[in-house]
Design a protein around this ligand. Structure first.
Ligand code: DGJ
Length: 387
């Protein structure tokens, strides 16, 4: 009897110990984030690495919503096997998984069938229609990066579900506003066959050889972002013309279509990954070069009008690894709510061999002498903007 009691007591003590250890571990994993540590794994509130690559952030009703590509591990990991994932946060440090906001579908006829490519989703709220609108770069399944389309989806709620509407190559049959009359008269065939990267070829791109080539079928649309201006007008900014030239196009008032207003920016400049912000009435844009998933030196531009002319300002990064954008590629520039001149440069450190392991690089932007400047910070927080 005595022996039984002591066994019971031992078992009881063991259980209490296990419970105690368990509770403490839980406390450990639920640790609240209070800073940005770029390049480390970023855990959501379920202690899972955030899966929202090539993302963008929308602020709505005192909450930030982060939308990005849901990646998986392995070779197929850069294709859309789930869709666009959403996270929410009220402080920018701690993110709750809100699930898949735009789901790919099993139907093989659909443009967003499982295995297509959905990149760089950006969501904006339309004050007039009270709808949430998502734009993204879409590549059709099995066609590599040849389709070069932009896709749009809509939702009544910030976290989705988003209903897929359509995809296309924009600006069919419309000249850019900064296109000279005399350029319209020559055929693209006069110039486009010139050997790439020669002086003559640069001239031909500047004079719209690729715009003309794609005039009837619509302009290519790859890496993209959306910018909503102070007056509520939204702009779709994307890499076009075989990634050689950026296009900025105005969206309709409901944000669901393109108006006929658009311009070309930095012809033959080979810019990808456009991200944009506005400070003191000046528009600033940060982009990357084109080296696939490998990092390269960022570029920056400014303009006093969205319609240009855009002045090239060179590499905004300073310090070690500045020539590789600190091993990352831009995706979005986030205005921090409630703080003046507070912008966060959001970038991706891609991991093409294991895409789900891709890391996030967030750095504060300072505009110094009219140029956006990015410096590396091992660890920083929003008090940076109070200094
Ligand atoms: C670079 C782009 O910025 C990415 O979004 C992706 O399209 C890769 N290229 C694909 O190589």
């Amino acid at each position: 009897m005595k022996k039984q009691t002591s066994i019971r007591l031992l078992l009881y003590t063991l259980c209490v110990c296990i419970l105690f250890v368990n509770c403490n571990t839980k406390k450990e994993t639920k640790k609240v984030n209070a800073s940005f540590i770029s390049g480390e794994k970023w855990m959501d509130t379920d202690s899972l690495h955030i899966n929202a690559h090539g993302g963008g952030i929308m602020f709505y009703n005192n909450t930030y919503y982060w939308f990005g590509e849901h990646k998986v591990s392995g070779r197929e990991g850069n294709t859309a096997l789930f869709g666009v994932r959403c996270y929410s946060s009220t402080d920018l440090y701690n993110w709750k998984n809100e699930g898949i906001a735009l789901k790919v579908v099993e139907d093989s006829i659909s443009e967003i069938t499982k295995g297509c490519v959905i990149e760089r989703p950006k969501v904006v709220f339309n004050e007039k229609t009270k709808k949430f609108v998502m734009w993204f770069h879409l590549e059709l399944k099995g066609q590599g990066y040849n389709a070069a389309r932009t896709g749009v989806a809509i939702s009544d709620s910030p976290t989705g579900p988003f209903e897929y509407l359509k995809s296309y190559r924009p600006n069919v049959g419309v000249w850019p506003m900064n296109f000279k009359e005399e350029w319209k008269k020559t055929s693209e065939k006069d110039t486009i066959s010139n050997k790439w990267w020669t002086k003559e070829w640069y001239k031909s791109v500047e004079e719209g050889a690729f715009v003309k080539r794609d005039f009837e079928k619509g302009q290519m649309a790859r890496d993209m972002t959306i910018f909503v201006d102070d007056d509520g007008k939204a702009y779709h900014i994307h890499a076009s013309e075989e990634n050689l030239t950026l296009h900025i196009s105005e969206l309709t008032d409901d944000y669901l279509d393109f108006t006929d207003k658009w311009i070309t920016v930095a012809p033959a400049g080979h810019n990808e990954a456009p991200a944009i912000f506005k400070q003191d009435s000046v528009y600033y844009m940060i982009t990357s070069g084109c080296t696939g998933w490998d990092p390269n030196a960022a570029r920056s531009f400014k303009s006093s009008s969205i319609w240009g002319p855009w002045e090239s300002l060179g590499n905004p990064c300073i310090g070690k690894d500045a020539d590789l954008t600190f091993n990352s590629q831009s995706t979005y520039i986030l205005p921090v709510q409630g703080k003046k001149d507070a912008f966060i440069f959001m970038a991706d450190r891609w991991k093409p061999k294991n895409p789900i392991d891709g890391r996030y690089i967030w750095l504060p932007i300072k505009v110094i002498d009219g140029k956006p400047i990015l410096k590396w910070h091992d660890k920083w927080d929003l008090t940076f903007f109070d200094k």
